[in-house]
Ligand binder design. Structure first.
Ligand code: PXP
Length: 238
C-alpha cells in the first residue's frame, strides 16, 4: 500500500501564531525523504490550515505526487485546473466542522459531480471521490467517471476496539471489493492510526492510505521522519 501523508496539521500549528513556523514546505520534504509516496493537503474554503501558497510551493518545487483535497466549488475547480496536481480528492466541506465528518454524498448529486470532475479528468488529473463505505455511493462514484475512490475510514476508526468494529470494518471491505469489481482503484483514509491501521491489510488490493492526524501527533514526540517511517513499516508489511 502507498502512503500519502496529510500535512494539514502542520499548517494548523503554523497558523496558530500567524507566522511561518513550522514550515509546511519543509514538512513535506521530510515526509518524502522518509519514504512517503505522496503529500496530501486539503485546501479548505476558509483556508484554516493549508493556504494557496503552500500547495503552489509544493507542486512547483518538489518532484512529488501532490494530492489536493477539495470541495465541489467553482473556486476549487479553477485552482486545480491551474495547479494541475497529480490527484484531486473531492471531499464534502462544511465551514463549521472540525474535520471532514462524512463522505461526499455522490449518490444524491451524481450528475453534478460528474460534470464537476470532467474538466479535471480531461487534464489527466487522477480524481478520487471521498465516500462512505456504502454500495450506493460506490455505484454513484463509478457513474461519475472517476477512476478512484477513497473510502472514509472514520466510522471504522471510531468503532475500533468496540462492539461495532467488525460491522464497520465489513462495510469497508465489502465496499472496496465491490468497487474493485467495477474497475475502481480504492484508497482509504481518515482516523487511521498506528493501532487501527493493521486491519487495512485485510482489505485486498487497497492502493493508498491517506493519513494525517496520527502521524503529525506522533511527530511531536518522535520527530516527523520517524513518525512517517513507523507508519510505513506498518502499512508495507505483508
Ligand atoms: N482523507 C481525507 C479525504 C481527509 O479529509 C482526511 C482528513 O483531512 C484524511 C484522509 C486524513 O485524516 P486523518 O487526519 O484523520 O488521518
Amino acid at each position: 500500500m502507498l502512503l500519502g501523508v496529510n500535512i494539514d496539521h502542520v499548517a494548523t500549528l503554523r497558523n496558530a501564531r500567524g507566522e511561518s513556523d513550522p514550515d509546511v514546505f519543509e514538512a513535506a520534504k521530510v515526509c518524502l525523504a522518509a519514504g512517503a509516496d505522496s503529500i496530501t493537503t486539503h485546501l479548505r474554503e476558509d483556508r484554516r490550515h493549508i493556504k494557496d501558497n503552500d500547495v503552489a510551493l509544493i507542486k512547483n518545487n518538489l518532484n512529488c505526487k501532490l494530492n489536493l483535497e477539495m470541495a465541489v466549488t467553482d473556486e476549487m475547480q479553477n485552482i486545480a485546473l491551474n495547479l494541475l496536481p497529480d490527484a484531486c480528492c473531492i471531499v464534502p466541506e462544511k465551514r463549521q466542522e472540525v474535520t471532514t465528518e462524512g463522505g461526499l454524498d455522490v449518490f444524491s448529486q451524481k450528475d453534478k459531480v460528474k460534470h464537476f470532475i470532467k474538466p479535471l479528468l480531461d487534464k489527466n488529473i487522477k480524481v478520487s471521490l471521498f465516500i462512505d463505505p456504502d454500495i450506493n455511493q460506490v455505484e454513484a462514484a463509478f457513474y461519475t467517471g472517476a477512476k478512484f475512490i477513497e473510502l472514509h475510514t472514520g466510522a471504522y476508526s471510531l468503532a475500533f476496539g468496540k462492539n461495532n468494529e467488525e460491522q464497520e470494518f465489513q462495510k469497508l471491505k465489502t465496499s472496496a471489493i465491490y468497487a474493485q469489481n467495477l474497475g475502481l482503484t480504492v484508497n482509504a483514509g481518515h482516523g487511521l492510526n498506528y493501532i487501527n491501521v493493521y486491519r487495512m491489510h485485510e482489505i485486498p488490493n487497497l492502493n493508498e492510505l491517506n493519513i494525517g492526524h496520527s502521524i503529525i501527533s506522533k511527530s511531536i514526540f518522535t520527530g516527523l521522519d520517524s513518525a512517517v517511517k513507523d507508519m510505513l513499516k506498518l502499512i508495507n508489511k505483508n
